[in-house]
Write a protein that binds this ligand. Structure first.
Ligand code: ASP
Length: 332
């Protein structure tokens, strides 16, 4: 006699498909855990959908593509942009959201395990975005979930949806990615956004410069991983030698919450300040990006410079996240 398989388990390998979903949609039912899962064709597809989302938002604001679908936004770490842009994305697509950001008020505070919390939420939601302080947490969640899991940042690991929106920003602002020099500056050790972006950029022909204080270098294993793919990478402790050749200056915050010794944070925190004076030697046609929040790395005076792309970057994020939700739910 065949062993009893509970109905829930049966769906692990054949996700149930509500009417109107498209099985053949390339990302249907998929998790988004790491940028390593994407090819250049995937990126072209995602950005094509993101552009359609932008056109629809500009034309009608909100529409019913994901009507009846529910997103669970599960945030174990602080977030402004990722959580609210996913919320806005879902609502602009006509869906709704279970927001769980105060995990202190949920059963997590009672000691519930991540797999159990995920199994709970997927009873109520069609897709789950998770941000968690531990590297690998989104992957772990995906192993237990029958519904798509989207990694909204796993500790110092990855932040794939940020990297997708970063790349979309670069393409939209500069018209291309191949041939560019991208300079990443700040906390390259703990900054998950640069870990994901550097990996994603390795699909293109780019030159990467890493500018950081000595104690906040890009992780050696990531540098090796990209070197094996033939990516040109150079490390600096000062922006001056590479500013003039830079097409994209990607500035990051020193990640205070990741330091074991706050004295090290104090030493590193004021290392860089990008201001209008800094950009005097920069190209006319270049952009300054930042995943935000900024806490003193970019002066407010730079905001009115057309090269300051960090606020536009957030808006691109809305369209990319709308695209991702529609795709994993089989509607794009
Ligand atoms: N918001 C980005 C992140 O969650 C960048 C940062 O916090 O500095 O990784």
């Amino acid at each position: 006699m065949a062993a009893f398989v509970p109905p829930n388990e049966r769906r692990v390998h054949s996700p149930h498909l509500p009417l109107g979903d498209h099985r053949e949609a390339p990302f249907y039912g998929k998790d988004i855990i790491s940028v390593s899962q994407f090819t250049r064709d995937d990126l072209e597809y995602i950005f094509g959908v993101a552009k359609e989302m932008r056109a629809m938002v500009e034309r009608v604001g909100t529409f019913d593509l994901l009507k009846g679908k529910i997103l669970a936004n599960l945030f174990y770490e602080p977030s402004t942009r990722t959580s609210s842009s996913f919320l806005s994305a879902m609502e602009r697509l006509g869906g709704s959201v279970i927001p769980i950001s105060e995990v202190t008020y949920s059963s997590v505070a009672k000691g519930e395990s991540l797999p159990d919390t995920i199994r709970t939420l997927e009873c109520y939601a069609d897709v789950i975005v998770i941000r968690h302080p531990e590297v690998g947490s989104a992957k772990l969640a995906a192993e237990y979930a029958r519904k798509p899991i989207i990694n909204g940042g796993d500790g110092i690991g990855e932040h794939p949806t940020q990297a997708l929106l970063d790349l979309f920003t670069i393409e939209e602002e500069l018209g291309r990615v191949d041939g560019l020099t991208v300079t990443m500056l700040g906390d390259l050790k703990y900054g998950r956004t640069v870990h994901s972006l550097a990996r994603l950029l390795s699909l293109f022909v780019v030159r990467l410069n890493y500018v950081s204080p000595d104690i906040l270098h890009m992780p050696a294993d990531l540098i090796e991983e990209l070197a094996a793919k033939g990516v040109s990478q150079k490390e600096y402790t000062n922006l001056d030698p590479v500013l003039a050749e830079t097409d994209v200056l990607y500035v990051t915050r020193v990640q205070k919450e990741r330091f074991e010794d706050l004295n090290d944070y104090e030493k590193a925190k004021g290392a860089f300040l990008i201001s209008p004076e800094t950009l005097q030697e920069a190209k006319e046609e270049m952009i300054v990006m930042h995943p935000l929040p900024r806490v003193g790395e970019i002066s407010l005076e730079l905001d009115s410079d057309p090269r300051a792309a960090y606020f536009r970057q957030m808006e691109y994020g809305l369209y990319v996240r709308m695209a991702l939700l529609a795709m994993v739910l089989g509607k794009a």
